[in-house]
Design a protein around this ligand. Structure first.
Ligand SMILES: Nc1ncnc2c1ncn2[C@@H]1O[C@H](COP(=O)(O)OP(=O)(O)O)[C@@H](O)[C@H]1O
Ligand SMILES: [Mg+2]
Length: 313
């Protein structure tokens, strides 16, 4: 089962540029969370800070009871094995075929035999629907296949936590829909804790259990999808509805008077507070898996925990 990640008072700057400050949130074990935010708000920096690739100025990131911001490099190396990361471009080695790309972490981090490696690599390639493409080079396949190859590689060490950096970037809407379903299916199957960074609103509405929004160097909100999708907070509403009217401007910020005027106009009879539609979450399905494996998928343990948490809201 996945592990909980508890972030408290996290602040990160580069030189004089504060990226975000005082970010606190808990990613519940086994649940899918999405972090939204306009480009350049530090979403990738946030993911890198969670895996210990970047050190925050202040705050803590507790994973399995340990504050990873305080660990030394060799201790971090152990903690990183808990993570699978799908980088924005899939980060595959261009000169290696898919099989070798996906086998890479196993050859680097374990002493498994080649026959054991073969079993694991083919299992993960099967999970993401890539059987038959073992010998293809990353340059020979579509963007969607590259993402799935990156995902298979993120799965080979059986991670407790999977971080996705804009998995939907560069994909057409149909490929995004397939990938979203795959993410939901995988989460139900392996019960790991997922964090997805994206600015795709449709994905944010359908995929996660929890949603957060980074804006103006702050975490505006983080909570169960039910809370965020029905929120009246202007920044959240503007972002989730993809509107020009609201606090988020072309250059990120607008002046307060303009925002007030726009929101007043929007409010003219068209919207009542709390009336936002709560899009249903995608249900886990057999996806790419063949039916016999599907029988083995029980209800997510995380689902039972969160149902109780949401009922207590
Ligand atoms: N290693 C770095 N050194 C200095 N500045 C950085 C570094 N990485 C990211 N930044 C800056 O941090 C800001 C946020 O970047 P990023 O996390 O990539 O945004 P997002 O992923 O939300 O689009 C950007 O202004 C970027 O230039
Ligand atoms: Mg980014």
């Amino acid at each position: 089962m996945g592990v909980e990640i508890c972030v408290e008072g996290l602040t990160k700057s580069f030189g004089h540029q504060v990226i975000w400050q005082d970010v606190s949130l808990t990613l519940p074990a086994g649940e899918v969370s999405v972090m939204l935010g306009p480009s350049g708000t530090g979403k990738s920096v946030f993911l890198k800070t969670l895996v210990g690739l970047l050190k925050p100025d202040r705050g803590s990131v507790r994973i399995a009871g340990r504050d990873i911001t305080k660990l030394r490099e060799h201790e971090l190396y152990e903690v990183r094995k808990l993570f699978g990361v799908l980088f924005q471009d899939g980060a595959l080695f261009g000169s290696m075929n898919l099989y070798d790309n996906i086998a890479f972490p196993l050859r680097e981090h374990t002493r498994k035999s080649e026959s054991e490696i073969r079993r694991i690599v083919l299992e993960k390639m099967d999970m993401v629907g890539l059987i038959g493409s073992e010998l293809k080079l990353p340059g020979e396949i579509s963007g969607g296949m590259r993402k799935r190859a990156g995902l298979a590689r993120a799965l080979v060490l059986d991670p407790e936590i999977i971080l996705f950096d804009e998995p939907d970037s560069g994909l057409d809407p149909v490929r995004v829909a397939y990938l979203n379903q795959l993410i939901v299916d995988l989460n139900a199957q392996i019960d790991a804790t997922f964090l997805i960074v994206t600015h795709d609103i449709a994905s944010a509405r359908q995929v996660p259990d929890n949603i957060g929004l980074l804006f103006r160097r702050e975490l505006v909100m983080f909570g169960p999808r039910e809370e965020l999708l029905t929120s009246d907070e202007p920044v959240v509403r503007q972002f989730l509805n993809g509107r020009m009217q609201g606090p988020i401007g072309m250059a990120e910020e607008k002046d307060a008077a303009q925002v007030e005027q726009e929101l007043a106009q929007l409010g003219n009879g068209t919207q009542t507070p709390g009336s936002q539609a709560l899009t249903p979450r995608l249900l886990p399905g057999p996806g790419i898996l063949r039916p016999p494996r599907w029988d083995a998928i029980a209800e997510r343990e995380a689902e039972l925990r969160r149902r109780k948490a949401v009922a207590d809201l």
